[in-house]
Design a protein around this ligand. Sequence first.
Ligand SMILES: Cc1ncc(COP(=O)(O)O)c(C=O)c1O
Length: 418
Amino acid sequence: MKFSSFGEKYTGRSGIVDLMADLGEALHTRPDMISMGGGNPARIAAVEKIYKEHLVQLLEAPDGAYEILGKYQSPQGDERLLKQLAALLRDEYGWPVTDRNVAISNGGQSAFYVLSNLLAGRFSDGTHRQIQFPLVPEYLGYADAGLEADFFTATKPAIDILDDHIFKYRVDFDNLVVPDTTAAFCVSRPTNPTGNVLTDAEISQLDKIAVANDIPLIIDGAYGTPFPNIIFNEVSPYWSENTILLLSLSKLGLPGVRTGFIVASEALIQAYATANTILNLACGNVGPAIAGRLFENREVLTISSKMIMPYYRDRALKTMELFIEALGDIPCYVHKPEGAIFLWLWFQQLPVTSARLYEILKAAGVLIIPGHDSFAGLENDWAHAHECIRVSYAQDDAQVRKGVEIIAREVRKLYEKA
Ligand SMILES: Cc1ncc(COP(=O)(O)O)c(C=O)c1O
């Protein structure tokens, strides 16, 4: 079958698609495999119970099933929910937003796809613009979102070694160049894959530079505030007229409902709603219906900061300690876990590439994510990109413990052989 350029792009080779297929296949063929690779949120029984109760009550309400299953919402999303979210953001953070600054999406991935292609790519005057990552590593799910080739640019981070085992990335403002062809900055905060949380100073500096260059700052808050608030240190939530904030219900434990939100200027929300109508007609109703109940008495905030955040914080710290102990004198640094649901390990002078390490670990019974796909937009290959891996600690304690042991054992063998 012959495909169009669009078809070729979306059916062709892609790091993330290959990796996901391989992860799926590995889990299928070896059910005992320890999965520290995927981005699935953890199962937290008490939180699951709350969602289930809301869903049952929604269905049992008069006309409940019809409201959720039987009708299309407007292109921007259910008006009542837009008002509820705007009120929550105004009350909690003092942001000057109304329902005209908010839209609903079928998840953060879909929102990013629409928005990034609205802003970057080919323009009618023949010019070409790109989305810039001011700091990579970034979320690997962005890498193939652009309809056009050459869609991203990126700047290497500054690396701070915090102690014998911990490091942190920083935006390298001294080397942050913003060419005329830049369409927007994009950061995830907290960052997938590293667990980094850009500081307040970094965010405000980035927005200042963005404003000066007349480009928006996309902040992907899939793990951020106000929900699911998987942030372990004190930072302030951020929004300005120049910001496009993406939120999602997924890491609250609801990835199956495919619901996200966009908080942005009115003009951008209008543009998004029009494009979303063409692409999706409307968003799904189940996620927004659950969100409506969670927003009503701000239950979403207590679930996030009292149940979800502490769960991941404890797991992150415990898993980091396990790694540090198991790795001993191996030259490994863990990125300071400040948020999200992963640990990012950097093996200095790793004797093989992270892609090879992925294969070795898979053969030994553990799935991880090799780091190199998280550096989209970098012009030149960077050795550091091949020395890092992402591990999820969302599985149960015993599995994670076993996974850490296997990773340490296999990595030690590599260093001993070199
Ligand atoms: C940083 C980041 N943004 C967006 C997404 C997509 O999330 P959603 O399930 O809302 O499409 C993910 C999913 O893992 C993510 O890690």
